[in-house]
Design a protein around this ligand. Structure first.
Ligand SMILES: [Zn+2]
Ligand SMILES: [Zn+2]
Length: 278
């Protein structure tokens, strides 16, 4: 179902840096390896994850209880569409925070730092506790989904499909970090069902996501099923968006200037991130 596209080789070279353009965002220092305690779930992490799961459950339950037995196909189709579009949404978001802003950017700064830290230490995500990994996205779901469901109930006469769509979309986006962690996991440690879903293209595979962590670090951004990656990479959608941003604002995405400490993996014994073990 899923095939990788070597967009990296297809990509046109970025425009040369012009003296008059806005300088790129401040360069990242190499993120340090996470302390083991930073990978554990706190009660706040668990509370936000539970709140997000409750919001999703409420949305899906509302859909199920308002669906007539004769029209079950519509909510199911809406759910499939939501799962597919969630993959696209994670790709756009991942591309955005991988390439723009800095740890001091309002609102998104912690996420930008976390994703750049992930590029320096990719396997760390496999050692994070479940709620530690999901709580940020779950918190967004807990805040956003209930008012959306309330609006759908108030203004949409036949809202079963709409509730199914927003519930599955939110759940898929929130779970994307778990799917991402499984894409980094040693295949021998994966549950058999997860490995089967990865092989079937239902979940983003280890092989597909590995391309995102290799030079030139500008492809395979989607982390739900990965089904959008070949399309986005073949048609250079993100490069087109980067060009629009560059010519309108002069801001270069970080991927045009890689590899540097912001992207490259820090190996054990390479404390300074220069690629050489000490
Ligand atoms: Zn990334
Ligand atoms: Zn990754």
């Amino acid at each position: 179902m899923y095939t990788m596209t070597p967009r990296c080789q297809l990509r046109a070279p970025p425009p040369p840096r012009a003296a008059t353009t806005t300088p790129p965002a401040p360069s990242f220092t190499t993120p340090s390896r996470a302390d083991p305690d930073e990978l554990r779930s706190t009660w706040q992490h668990r509370a936000w994850t539970l709140a997000g799961a409750t919001a999703v459950l409420s949305s899906v339950t509302t859909s199920a209880t308002t669906t007539s037995p004769t029209s079950i196909a519509e909510p199911l189709a809406a759910s499939l569409l939501a799962y597919t579009l969630a993959d696209l949404a994670t790709g756009v978001y991942h591309w955005l925070i991988d390439n723009y802003g800095s740890p001091t950017t309002p609102l998104l700064g912690p996420q930008i730092a976390a994703f750049q830290g992930h590029h320096a230490h990719p396997s760390t995500i496999t050692r994070r506790d479940f709620s530690n990994n999901l709580h940020s996205l779950a918190r967004a779901v807990a805040f956003l989904l209930p008012p959306i469901d309330a609006a759908l109930a108030a203004f949409t006469p036949d809202a079963a499909s709409a509730h199914a769509f927003v519930g599955v979309f939110a759940a898929s986006v929130a779970m994307s970090q778990q799917f991402h962690a499984w894409a980094h996991e040693n295949p021998r440690r994966l549950p058999a069902g997860v490995a089967a879903l990865q092989r079937a293209g239902v979940l983003v595979s280890r092989a597909a996501h590995a391309a995102h962590h290799r030079e030139p670090y500008d492809c395979n951004y989607c982390i739900v099923s990965g089904v959008w990656n070949p399309v986005l990479d073949r048609y250079r959608v993100f490069l087109a968006l980067e060009m629009v941003v560059f010519f309108r604002t002069g801001v270069r995405p970080r991927s045009w200037d890689q590899p540097d400490a912001a992207w490259t993996e820090v190996h054990a014994g390479d404390a300074d991130g220069d690629g050489e073990s000490e």
